[in-house]
Design a protein around this ligand. Structure first.
Ligand SMILES: CC(C)(COP(=O)(O)OP(=O)(O)OC[C@H]1O[C@@H](n2cnc3c(N)ncnc32)[C@H](O)[C@@H]1OP(=O)(O)O)[C@@H](O)C(=O)NCCC(=O)NCCSC(=O)C(=O)O
Length: 438
C-alpha cells in the first residue's frame, strides 16, 4: 500500500475537523527541496479534490503527484511569444551587515518604498551597495514602515522565539468561525457566484480551481494593479474586472455584486477592507449568507498581522530560506506556500458550501505563514537525483488561446471520477470584463 502522505491527517483535521479517507495517487517524483514540497503539493490538491467529492458526488479522487508538483509552478508554455519575467529589476536577496534580506518590489508602490528608504535609483548594484550598510532588522522595519515589502532571513529557532513566530504557534491551520443556522442551499458548483478579491498567487490559485469545476468567478482589481508575470497563470477560467473602491459608484457596484455572491474570497491585509468601508459587519449586513474565506500573509494574530507579505518573504522570515545551513538563502523550488494555501482556501470554500447545504454558515481564515509552519514539520534530504523536471509529455495537446497568444498548459493533476477540471475562459489580462455577474 502506498505511504500515507505526511500532511494528510493535519490537513483533514484543519479543514474537515475529522479524519477522511485520502485520494488515490498516480505519478511519482519529487521537487528538489529540504522540505517535503511535493508531498504538500499532492496533499493540498488532493484535499481540494476530496472537499469537492464530499459536496455530493462522492466520486473517486485521483491526484497525479508529478503533475501536482508541476502545478505548484508556472503551467503555461507560450507558442511563439514570451512570458514576462517573474521578478522586476531589483527584487531578490541582498547581503546586509548581519545577514540577508529579501526585497519584494514587483509592484511599483512597493518598489518605490524600498528605493525611498535606501535612497538609490532603480539599479541592482546601487541597491546592493546601499543594503550592505544596514542591519537587516532595521532595514526590514524601515521598508515596512514605508509601506513596502521586505524580510530579513531568520532561522527557524529565531522565528520560534520572535513574537510573531510565537503568536503563530498558537494559531490553527484554519480559523473557522461558525455563524449559526442559515437556510440550506444546494451545494453544487454550477452557477456558484464567487467574488474574488485576491492577488498574485495564493488566493487566485483557489478561485482558479473553483472555476475549473464550474464556478462563475469574477475577479476585481484596483485600477492600477498589475501582475504581468502571473496573470497568464491565475486568470484562467475567470472574468476579470476593475473597480476603484475609493470611488462611490464603484464601491456601490461592488456592494451590488456582493449582495448576489455565494462566496467572497479575499487576500487583502487584515485591516485593508475595513479601510475601504467593506469590513466584516458591512459584508454580513449586505449578504448574511455569503461564505467568506480570506487569507493573510503572516497569520491572524501577533505584531505582524497587518504586514504586507508574499510567499518568498514568509520563507525568509520563518526559517525555510535558512534551513540549508548554507549561510545564504535557499528558497523552496516553487512558491509552495502560495499554492498550498490556495488549495486549502479552495477546500475551505467547498467545505463551507457543504455546511451551508446542511443549514450552517461558516467562514474561514488562512495564512501563508501558518501553511509554512505545516510544511516545516517535515524535513527531508535534499535529493537532486530523480527530481521532477518539466518535459513535453507533461503538457496537454489542447491549445489555449490566451489573451497574449496561443499556449499549451501542463495537464491538470486532479481528477474526480475521471473528470479533470475544465476552464471555459482562457487566461487573459486583468480588467478586461465588466464588473457584472455572467
Ligand atoms: C498582496 C499585498 C502584499 C498587496 O499589497 P498592497 O498593494 O500594499 O495591498 P493593500 O491590500 O494594502 O492595498 C493597498 C491599498 O490599495 C487599496 N485598494 C485595494 N484595492 C483597491 C481597489 N479595488 N480600489 C481602490 N483601492 C484599493 C487598499 O485599500 C490599500 O489602501 P491603503 O490601506 O490606504 O494603503 C497585500 O494585500 C497582502 O499582504 N495581502 C495578504 C496576503 C496576500 O494575499 N499576499 C499575496 C499572496 S501571493 C504571494 O504571496 C506571492 O505570489 O508570492
Amino acid at each position: 500500500m502506498a505511504e500515507i502522505n505526511p500532511f494528510w491527517d493535519e490537513l483533514c483535521d484543519g479543514v474537515f475537523g475529522e479524519p477522511v479517507a485520502p485520494y488515490g495517487v498516480t505519478g511519482e517524483g519529487h521537487l528538489p527541496s529540504y522540505f517535503r514540497t511535493s508531498d504538500l503539493a499532492e496533499a493540498s490538491i488532493g484535499l481540494a479534490g476530496v472537499a469537492l467529492a464530499r459536496l455530493g458526488a462522492h466520486g473517486k479522487v485521483v491526484v497525479d503527484r508529478r503533475l501536482a508538483s508541476l502545478w505548484f509552478d508556472m503551467t503555461l508554455r507560450p507558442l511563439g511569444w514570451e512570458a514576462g519575467s517573474l521578478w522586476d529589476a531589483i527584487a531578490g536577496n541582498y547581503q546586509c551587515k548581519d545577514g540577508w534580506i529579501r526585497l519584494h518590489t514587483n509592484a511599483p508602490h512597493h518598489r518605490d518604498a524600498a528605493l525611498s528608504v535606501l535612497q538609490v535609483a532603480l539599479d541592482r548594484d546601487a541597491v546592493a551597495n546601499a543594503v550592505q550598510e544596514w542591519d537587516g532588522e532595521t532595514l526590514e522595519a524601515a521598508i515596512v514602515a514605508a509601506h513596502g515589502c521586505a524580510a530579513f532571513m531568520r532561522t527557524s529557532q529565531e522565528w520560534e522565539a520572535h513574537p510573531q513566530g510565537r503568536a503563530l504557534a498558537t494559531e490553527p491551520l484554519v480559523h473557522w468561525e461558525d455563524h449559526g443556522a442559515c437556510a440550506p442551499r444546494e451545494a453544487s458548483l454550477e452557477e456558484l457566484k464567487v467574488l474574488d478579491l485576491t492577488r498574485v498567487l495564493a488566493g487566485p490559485v483557489a478561485t482558479r480551481l473553483l472555476a475549473g469545476f464550474g464556478a462563475d468567478v469574477l475577479r476585481i482589481d484596483p485600477p492600477t494593479w498589475n501582475e504581468p508575470s502571473v496573470e497568464m497563470e491565475v486568470t484562467l477560467g475567470k472574468r476579470c474586472a476593475g473597480l476603484d473602491l475609493r470611488q462611490a459608484d464603484d464601491l456601490a457596484r461592488l456592494k451590488e455584486l456582493m449582495r448576489e455572491a455565494d462566496v467572497f474570497v479575499h487576500g487583502y491585509r487584515a485591516d485593508a477592507l475595513e479601510k475601504l468601508g467593506l469590513g466584516v459587519e458591512v459584508r454580513r449586513a449586505l449578504n448574511p449568507e455569503m461564505i467568506d474565506v480570506s487569507l493573510n500573509a503572516y497569520g491572524w494574530s501577533g505584531p505582524m498581522v497587518a504586514r504586507r507579505g508574499f510567499d518568498s518573504l514568509v520563507q525568509m522570515s520563518c526559517g525555510i530560506a535558512a534551513a540549508s545551513g548554507a549561510g545564504k538563502p535557499v528558497p523552496l523550488p516553487v512558491q509552495a506556500l502560495d499554492h498550498a494555501t490556495g488549495y486549502l482556501v479552495a477546500a475551505c470554500v467547498l467545505e463551507s458550501l457543504r455546511a451551508r447545504s446542511e443549514g450552517v454558515l461558516k467562514s474561514a481564515k488562512l495564512s501563508l505563514a501558518r501553511t509554512a509552519r505545516l510544511l516545516m514539520q517535515e524535513t527531508c534530504a535534499f535529493e537532486r537525483e530523480g527530481a521532477i523536471e518539466k518535459n513535453a509529455r507533461d503538457f496537454s495537446d489542447m491549445v489555449e488561446a490566451t489573451g497574449w497568444g496561443d499556449a499549451h498548459r501542463v495537464t491538470p493533476p486532479l481528477k474526480i471520477d475521471g473528470k479533470a477540471p475544465k476552464w471555459h475562459i482562457p487566461a487573459g489580462p486583468l480588467r478586461r470584463h465588466s464588473a457584472a455577474w455572467a
